[in-house]
Design a binder for this molecule. Sequence first.
Ligand SMILES: [Zn+2]
Length: 319
Amino acid sequence: MINHFCKHPLWECNDRLVRVAQGLEPADLVIRHARLVDVCTHEVLDDTDIAVASGRVAYVGMNGHTADHCIGENTKVVDATGLFASPGFMDGHIHVESAMVGVSEYARAVVPHGTTGIFTDPHEVANVCGLEGVKVMFDDAKRTPLKAMVTIPSCVPAATGVEDTGSKIDAADIRETMGWDNVVALGEMMNFPGILGGEAGVQDEVRETLKADRCVTGHYAVPEQESWPQRLYRRGNQHCHESFTVDDVLAKLRLGMYVLLRQGSAWQNLPVYLPPSSRLASTCATASSAPMTTIPTRSSPRDTWIACCGRPSPLASTL
Ligand SMILES: [Zn+2]
């Protein structure tokens, strides 16, 4: 379990969820009379009860059905009359330390605006403090109600032979960290020449990630749409941080890659490059390289989307 807001693995708690749904075991929490925002059907379902057990939804009472049968002596009951219940926002990519704060302070800024999860790449901390610094960031995150899913920095140092920060992360470190609970991917692989050239250390990092069944995130803008994304994709990149044109985005999406559209202090890609019909693009509301300035004003992905597009996202499941 990553922190106390995270759910248990389904295999571990499925039996209990079945018992709770049947009223054979009490839920941990029952939320009553909420207006449920269903992001799959794009409906708002009035007067809905939600029973939660082991951090997961065990039962949803709607259309006149309640979750009263899930309430026991120790069940916390919340009356949500007049309130909405909805999934939290997930920030697809963030370098928390770029905002000159730790994860707990960052959480104080974004959680009240609805961001409940982040995919964070602490490559700046790693460049200075290595894996020890990454662990400090993770420990800080565990104290917060923010689910921090980590992509392990792939390019430490960012430019070999140029930087003198002293830290280094190699394939053996990647192998170790892929076993950590909160690690979900290899962080943005900025060394695209190393990927395309088959450089040993770089390929070893990718291999260790794929061996652990984790995602490899890439970083390359594509000047030649026909061939370069295919070369990157074949080298294990399943996701890309850098896209500067609509054609760039589409070329990657057509190969089944995920694409980040950045909207933050350093890049404002979203209003220009969003493919109107795409349902595959994940989005990014990053404060990258912005000391504090963007956090208070653009704290939620929803606010960012509306500011760019003038309307809420049609991709309700994403934003
Ligand atoms: Zn990044």
